[in-house]
Ligand binder design. Sequence first.
Ligand SMILES: [Mg+2]
Length: 243
Amino acid sequence: MSCYNTSGGFLSMSIEQVLDNTRAAVAAGIGGIKIKVGQPDAKIDLTRVAAVREALGDGFPLMVDANQQWNRSTAIRMGRALEDLDLVWIEEPLDAYDAEGHAALARELATPIATGEMLTSPAEHEELLRHGAVDFLQPDAPRVGGITPFLKIMARGQQAGVRLAPHFAMEIHLHLAAAYEIDPWVEHFDWLQPLFPERLEIADGRMLVPARPGLGFSLSEQARAWTTDAVRIDADGTATTVG
Ligand SMILES: [Mg+2]
């Protein structure tokens, strides 16, 4: 599965740090780099994205994520200014619920539009698809209520012909994205790693689906130490606190 990371490009990091993180991630086998945009001074955004593009070279997948920082006029201006940098997508340029605004951007810009991480149900994702608001749909399984609603969103995304780039929680999303028909992207984040002893492998820009049973993870000793209560649920639905 094509995989990219975001963890090296936060707004608070200096451009030197971002470039160091970018080089380290590429050396470790990542397939794409996403950096945050939405600085109060838009010129700083443009300089930072251009510097990362320069470091990566032409053709290496690069994305930006505005985390809903822009209004409609800023988003179109920034989208046009970024057009020549050959971005894979511009993420969350607008308020997460502004389906019409995203649709207008998607029509206006050659750069693909991505959004959906904040939405909490298949119906909300359907609203994006109905408006033609996205090129990349970005559902988050924990946020939409788990794997079953996520599968409904995937089915509708495939029907609509959009691409998929699930948000965060690679441990779940790797498996779901692997079942998507139109070449998806998985977001690499190591933040949940302390919970599991197992590690996901990355090679040549791709994350490999583990062959272990289920999602392929067990709870680490650290996760057990953090757990204050464990509840066993029996087949008849009886819940018992076990520690
Ligand atoms: Mg995001």
